[in-house]
Design a protein around this ligand. Structure first.
Ligand SMILES: [Zn+2]
Length: 287
């Protein structure tokens, strides 16, 4: 589409899917258009963070990543799709606020959206989630595999491989405590929210005791949070949250989304989930 700049809104340099007509969509260069889909559930995030934490962070990060891509690859058009507030989080539906959608439905949603693009010859689709539950990723990854084999679409979910290969621990500034057990509504998420949405972080976070669980341990799979002693709904040490770290972590997320997309369009090999994570994910029942 030659005149993409003319439909950018003031102060925004990306296109929103819902604002385009079919005509404008049909004029896009199929080989040079990338669609971004933010998707994460409404899910309890401890007593101190909002249920939309994952969706808010990932949606903001995608917008920033698109700005980076527009300057690095101006010949490409990036389209932001409306954020989907859905995901699998059955394990903490014992708290009000969590809405869990089955892995199968997540798969069908991603596949339906991707295939609607693939049917019209579009080639690049980036599924953006901050929610790392394996039941959620199972739905996403089985949709991605189906899309790639059926439509020859290049599709990626950038955060899972980054997160599960412990890249964040390798790259983050030294903190003086073990960050490998920060899992949910934890030090990291509370820090990003303090940076991005300070008015949405309840001050009670300062008094929350550290608590740790390995949710992917076979012993805990299938159990709900309260059954494994997570009475407040967080895993990690939110009391340590720090807005400066939040700024680093947010920009790391932005850079990672942008670089995974650059790799995708330049045909580089995608990051992969580690073997043990793939094995656990595949062994889970569809639920
Ligand atoms: Zn989260």
């Amino acid at each position: 589409m030659k005149n993409k700049k003319t439909i950018y809104k003031k102060n925004e340099n990306f296109l929103k899917y819902e604002e385009l007509s079919w005509k404008k969509i049909s004029e896009l260069d199929k080989d040079k258009t990338v669609f971004f889909l933010p998707i994460s559930p409404m899910e309890e995030h401890g007593p101190h963070l909002p249920v939309g934490t994952d969706l808010l962070i990932i949606s903001d990060a995608v917008k920033e990543a698109i700005k980076t891509l527009n300057s690095k690859k101006p010949e490409f058009t990036c389209i932001l799709m409306p954020a989907v507030p859905l995901g699998f989080c059955k394990f903490n539906t014992d708290f009000p606020g969590s809405i869990s959608i089955s892995s199968k439905i997540i798969r069908d949603i991603i596949f339906s959206i991707g295939s609607s693009l693939g049917e019209h010859g579009f080639k690049y689709f980036v599924v953006c989630t901050y929610h790392m539950a394996l039941g959620h990723l199972r739905g996403i990854y089985s949709a991605i595999n189906k899309l790639e084999s059926k439509y020859n679409m290049k599709t990626v979910e950038p955060w899972g491989p980054y997160f599960y290969n412990n890249m964040v621990q390798e790259r983050e500034p030294k903190l003086g405590f073990d960050t490998s057990k920060e899992v949910h509504a934890c030090f990291r998420e509370t820090s990003v929210m303090k940076y991005q949405y300070p008015y949405l972080v309840d001050e009670s976070y300062r008094n929350l005791q550290s608590i740790y669980r390995d949710l992917n341990s076979p012993r805990l799979i299938g159990k709900k949070f309260k059954d494994i002693g997570l009475s407040e709904g967080y895993i990690g040490s939110p009391a340590r949250a720090d807005a400066d770290y939040g700024r680093w972590f947010f920009s790391e997320t932005v850079n990672m989304l942008a670089s995974a997309t650059l790799d995708l369009i330049s045909g580089k090999k995608k990051g992969e989930l580690p073997g043990n994570i793939q094995k656990t994910m595949k062994a889970m029942f569809w639920q």
